[in-house]
Design a protein around this ligand. Structure first.
Ligand code: ADP
Ligand code: MG
Length: 540
């Protein structure tokens, strides 16, 4: 008709559309995430504007409706949000507001395949993802506070049209005329599973409309935003299982809200069981970052690698929804949130460590990761040291460094350990005989990482941490050797040295042995025996 206006897209939009459609073909399902995100934003904005502009009624009901129609080959996404005026349709859907097209194009071609889907949202070009699955897109919208509705239509190939339309209330309907090869998305089950994956935590209810019947498609409540008193233990567990893809009960649940200098809500869990996929297999924290409830990414490394077993969500108001990759890496806002979240997990661990039996369960699952922290994290090193637990030559069960120090003999200056492949076997090693005989406790370290962290930690509570294989000088200071006298030791040593030649650098008499005849020893300065073993295995 005569009232239909035809407009060309800006040159940038044309290029962008081509890019989006081709670069993201294998990830087409994210069109739904983008359109649902826009609809949810629009509802939030309408609520917000209604706060200050009393002429705008808040939406009577906020739900988002998704209606697939197999016969027509369409999917319709409807919201009761802020809507768009004629100008806004032209401006928001016909031009690129932000001048980021070139940067986007560059990132999109250079990014690894896995990263591409998140780029599209980050660059604020989500709407155009509709053309990955649709031949044609119709947007009918009525701005809140206006009587007029307008229809925007395009096949995504260079031009769009604008025409007057009808709509009973403020809000937007987006009709996607699906491509022949995108018919899979007309299946309600498929739509539901995409919503569960990408938009489950949108607080606004999302319903799927089939034959006029509405079925809820998301849980609709951001559990982490609720006050603790309103969440049941069952709800926590269910949510934990959902985010962690786990089946156990969480060992710890941390739920808090930070207000003031930083604003965020966090709901974190420490699993009760070691996950089937060993923690060692995933190197980075997968805690999810949300901005105002909207899922942004699970690759923002919200926690240091050594806390990667922690699962859950951090949701902040302090970042824009279209937070970019660069921002995720460099913004001081996130750095502060990360630090606050890490400190909170640490204080929870410290408090739970007071219950020795309960803590042992955690330690057996994730202790090795904490030891990595001692190695990697200079800032938290001494804090983590308080959380370490060990097998010991003189007590049953697990012991801490602080407990060890409290049992130290008079005159004992160092904390002694023996590292090897198996703590039970270490308990019988001749390396510790001399210490045992003098009543000196030795910590038995049986994990691969144990070859590395003690040197980094250096000392605890002012006491140097020392391997028993590194020289024996200390033993003399630790009391009398209960050894036998009389044999011609010098002659024996000469013979042994002669026989072993280059195999050893020195043969010495020792007062560290009680039952055994000989023991291998490391030089006082240089790598200890377990470290030498590890280095040999690594071919160094
Ligand atoms: P972004 O959401 O990052 O701004 P999009 O390409 O997804 O980028 O959307 C462009 C703009 O179109 C939005 O900023 C918004 O102003 C407008 N828009 C899109 N969908 C809707 C909707 N359902 N209701 C109101 N405005 C919308
Ligand atoms: Mg968007």
């Amino acid at each position: 008709s005569e009232t239909v206006e035809r407009h060309e897209f800006g040159a940038e939009v044309g290029r962008l559309l081509e890019l989006v459609v081709h670069a993201l073909y294998s990830e087409r399902e994210i069109f739904l995430r983008e359109l649902v995100a826009n609809a949810a934003d629009a509802v939030d904005r309408r609520r917000f504007e209604a706060l200050t502009d009393t002429s705008l009624a808040a939406p009577a009901e906020a739900r988002l409706r998704i209606t697939p129609d197999k016969e027509k080959g369409t999917i319709t996404i409807s919201d009761a949000g802020i809507g768009m005026s004629k100008q806004e349709l032209a401006q928001h859907l016909g031009t690129i507001a932000r001048s980021g097209t070139l940067a986007f194009a560059k990132s999109l071609t250079e990014a690894p395949a896995d990263d591409k889907p998140s780029l599209i949202g980050q660059f604020g070009v989500g709407f155009y993802s509709a053309f990955m699955v649709a031949d044609e897109v119709d947007v009918t919208s009525r701005r809140a506070g206006s009587e007029e509705a307008w229809k925007w239509s395009s096949d995504g190939k260079g031009a769009y049209t604008l025409a007057p339309a009808e709509r009973a209330d403020a809000g937007t309907d987006i009709v996607l005329w699906m491509k022949d090869d995108a018919e899979e998305f007309l299946d309600p089950w498929r739509l539901k599973s995409i919503i569960r994956k990408w938009a489950d935590h949108i607080t606004i209810p999302i319903v799927l409309v089939e034959n006029g019947e509405e079925t809820p498609a998301n849980e609709g409540t951001a559990l982490w935003r609720k006050p603790k008193s309103e969440v049941t233990p069952e709800q926590y567990t269910e949510f934990y299982r959902h985010v962690a893809h786990a089946f156990d009960e969480p060992w710890a649940t941390l739920h808090w809200r930070a207000e003031g200098a930083m604003e965020f809500s966090a709901l974190l869990f420490i699993p009760g069981e070691k996950p089937f996929m060993a923690v060692e297999d995933t190197r980075e924290s997968r805690v999810r970052l949300h901005v105002r409830r909207m899922f942004i990414t699970d690759q923002a490394e919200m926690l240091p690698n050594w806390l990667r077993f922690v699962q859950g969500v951090v949701d902040t108001e302090d970042l824009p929804l279209n937070v970019s990759r660069e921002m995720l890496q460099s913004t001081p806002v996130l750095a502060r949130i990360r630090k606050a979240v890490t400190n909170r997990v640490m204080s929870e661990l410290k408090s739970k460590a007071k219950d020795a039996e309960g803590y042992a369960k955690f330690w057996e699952n994730f202790g090795a990761a904490l030891k990595e922290g001692v190695y990697d994290d200079a800032e938290q090193r001494s804090e983590i040291a308080q959380l370490l637990r060990f097998r010991s030559s003189s007590v049953e069960g697990w012991t801490s460094l602080a407990d060890y120090v409290s049992r130290m003999k008079e005159g004992q200056e160092a904390i002694y350990f023996l590292a090897g492949d198996d703590a039970a076997r270490l308990a019988k090693s001749p390396q510790i005989e001399g210490f045992r005989a003098r009543g000196v406790e030795v910590l038995l370290l049986g994990e691969p990482i144990d070859a590395f962290w003690p040197e980094r930690l250096g000392n605890f509570d002012g006491k140097p941490i020392r391997s028993v294989t590194q020289g024996v000088a200390d033993l003399a200071k630790l009391g009398e050797a209960p050894a036998e006298e009389g044999a011609d030791v010098a002659q024996l040593l000469a013979r042994l040295k002669d026989a072993l030649k280059e195999e050893v650098s020195e043969v010495r008499a020792t007062d560290r042995l009680v039952d055994s005849a000989v023991v291998l020893s490391a030089p006082a300065h240089g790598p200890d025996l377990q470290m030498q073993r590890v280095m040999r295995r690594a071919g160094r």
